[in-house]
Design a binder for this molecule. Structure first.
Ligand code: LLP
Length: 421
C-alpha cells in the first residue's frame, strides 16, 4: 500500500494525483511532492509494532523539518528528537509535548540547553563538558533536568562511514570506561539532574535488525549496572536508524515490527520504557523530488540527462554516493531510445549528479523526472549553492487535494539578508 503508483497508461501518480498535474499546478520546478497519508501509514507501522510496550516515538526532526509535517506527526502522537536550539524552537511551535522530546547532540550550546531546561525536555549527556553545561543550564533555568546518558555500544552498523555513529571512534557519546565518573557526577548534582535513561544510536540506513538486538543486549547490561548504583532508570532509548528500500529492486527489508520484536523481550524483562528515534523510516518514502528535463547531451562516451534540480536541493548522491531511484513521470514518446544516462543538474561541479548509469528512455525537453525516496535528508540538507534557491514543497492531502506546505525561496528572500546594511 504505497503512495506512488503508475497507471496502466504509464503515468506516475501520488495517492491518485498525477505528478504531471502537480507539475502544472506547482509554482515552479523543481519541487518536493509528499503524500500525507503515507506519513500516517509509516507512523502507524511504528505504533502497531510498539503495541504492548510503554514507549515513545521520537521523530528525528533533522530528517525533515517542514512545519506541516511536524504538526502532522505530532497529531498522530509522535514526540521529537532535536539537535539544535532551532529544532527545539520549531518542535515547540509545532506543539510537541516536551515530555516526548529529547535534546541530543555532541555540541549542544549552553544557551540552547537553557532553552531545553525551561521547556522541560529530556536531555542527553554526551561528554564531560556537556554534563557541566547541562548542570549550569539547570541552575540558570531553576529547573531540574531529566537526563539520559548517551552510551557508545561499539557495534558495527554495517553502513556508510559517514552515517555510522555507535562505533568506538565516533564523536558521539561518553567514553564507556568513564561510566562510573558520569554516575558519580550525576549523583553529586541531585538538584540539577535526574538520570532517567540510557541512550544509544548506532547509525543510519541499517538494514539488519540483529544489530539493534546486539546493541540492546549491551545496553541492558549497562542499565543493570546503573540501576545497581541506586538509580531508578526508566528508559532505554535505542536511537533511530532503520533503513528503507532505496533500490526498488524487490528486496525485502526489515519493518518497524521486525525491529521492535528483536528488542521487545529484553525491554520487558527489565521493565523499561522504550524510546525509538526514527527519521528516515517515517518520511523518506513519502516523497519524490520532481524535476523538469532541460535537455539531453552526450560527450561521445557518456550520455547526460540535464535537469533543473541539482545537488543543491538534494545532496545525498553527491555526498554519500547514495542511490535514489529515478523515473520519468510520463510515458516517453514511442521512438524514445533507451540508453544509459548520468542524471545531472546545472551546478558547476562534477559532483552534481542525482544518479549515475541509469537505464532510461531518452526524455524530451521539458519532461518530468522524479528522484524517489526524497522525504528524508533531502530538503533538510538543501543549500542555496549557485544561488539555486530552496524549492517549494507540496503534499497530497488526505482528501486527494494538492496543497503547498512550504513556499519556494526566492531571489528577493536572499536580498533581504542585505537590507539596511
Ligand atoms: N537519533 C539520532 C541520535 C541520530 O543521530 C539520528 C540520525 C536519528 C536518530 C535518526 O536516524 P534515521 O532513523 O533517520 O536513520 N544525512 C544522512 C543521515 C544522517 C543521520 C544522522 N543521525 C543521510 O542522508 O543518509
Amino acid at each position: 500500500n504505497h503512495c506512488f503508483s503508475r497507471s496502466s497508461d504509464g503515468h506516475l501518480s501520488v495517492e491518485g494525483v498525477r505528478v504531471e498535474e502537480a507539475m502544472a499546478k506547482a509554482e515552479r520546478t523543481p519541487f518536493y511532492l509528499y503524500s500525507k497519508p503515507q506519513i500516517t501509514r509509516n507512523f502507524e507501522a511504528y505504533r502497531e509494532a510498539l503495541r504492548g510496550l510503554d514507549s515513545v516515538v521520537g521523530y528525528a526532526v533533522k530528517a525533515n523539518n517542514n512545519l506541516r509535517i511536524l504538526e502532522h506527526l505530532r497529531s498522530l502522537g509522535s514526540g521529537a528528537v532535536l539537535v539544535s536550539g532551532n529544532e527545539l524552537r520549531l518542535a515547540l511551535r509545532a506543539g510537541f509535548d516536551p515530555k516526548r522530546c529529547i535534546f541530543n547532540g555532541n555540541g549542544k550550546l549552553l544557551e540552547d540547553l537553557i532553552l531545553a531546561a525551561k521547556a522541560g525536555v529530556f536531555v542527553n549527556i554526551d561528554s564531560e563538558f556537556d554534563l557541566e553545561n547541562i548542570v549550569t543550564a539547570a541552575r540558570v533555568a531553576g529547573k531540574k533536568i531529566s537526563v539520559l546518558l548517551r552510551i557508545n555500544p561499539d557495534v558495527d552498523p554495517q553502513v556508510h562511514a559517514y552515517v555510522a555513529t555507535g562505533n568506538k571512534n565516533s564523536k558521539f557519546g561518553i567514553r564507556n570506561e568513564k561510566l562510573q565518573w558520569f554516575l558519580d557526577a550525576v549523583k553529586s548534582h541531585p538538584n540539577e539532574l535526574k538520570l532517567v535513561g540510557a541512550h544509544c544510536h548506532l547509525g543510519s540506513t541499517i538494514t539488519k535488525v540483529d544489530i539493534f538486538r546486539d546493541a540492546a543486549v549491551l545496553m541492558v547490561n549497562y542499565i543493570d549496572k546503573i540501576r545497581a548504583e541506586g538509580f531508578e532508570l526508566e528508559y532505554l532509548n535505542i536511537g533511530g536508524g532503520l533503513g528503507i528500500d532505496y533500490y526498488h529492486a524487490g528486496a525485502v527489508l526489515p519493518t518497524p515490527m521486525d525491529l521492535i520484536n528483536t528488542v521487545r523481550e529484553l525491554v520487558l524483562s527489565r521493565n523499561l520504557k522504550l524510546i525509538i528515534e526514527p527519521g528516515r523510516s517515517l518520511v523518506a518514502n513519502t516523497c519524490c523530488f520532481v524535476n523538469r528535463v532541460t535537455g539531453v547531451k552526450t560527450n561521445g562516451t557518456k550520455n547526460f540527462i540535464v535537469i533543473d534540480g541539482s545537488m543543491a536541493e538534494l545532496i545525498r548522491p553527491s555526498l554519500y554516493g547514495a542511490y535514489q531511484h529515478i523515473e520519468l513521470v510520463s510515458p516517453p514518446p514511442h521512438d524514445a531510445e533507451i540508453s544509459t544516462f548520468d542524471v545531472v543538474g546545472p551546478v558547476c561541479e562534477s559532483a552534481d549528479f542525482l544518479g549515475k548509469d541509469r537505464e532510461l528512455p531518452t526524455p524530451p525537453k521539458g519532461a518530468g523526472l522524479v528522484v524517489h525516496d526524497a522525504g528524508a535528508y533531502c530538503m533538510s540538507m538543501a543549500s542555496t549553492y549557485n544561488l539555486k534557491m530552496r524549492p517549494p514543497e507540496y503534499w497530497v492531502d488526505d482528501d486527494g487535494s494538492l496543497v503547498k506546505i512550504r513556499h519556494g525561496e526566492t531571489f528577493d528572500d536572499y536580498m533581504k539578508f542585505f537590507d539596511g546594511l
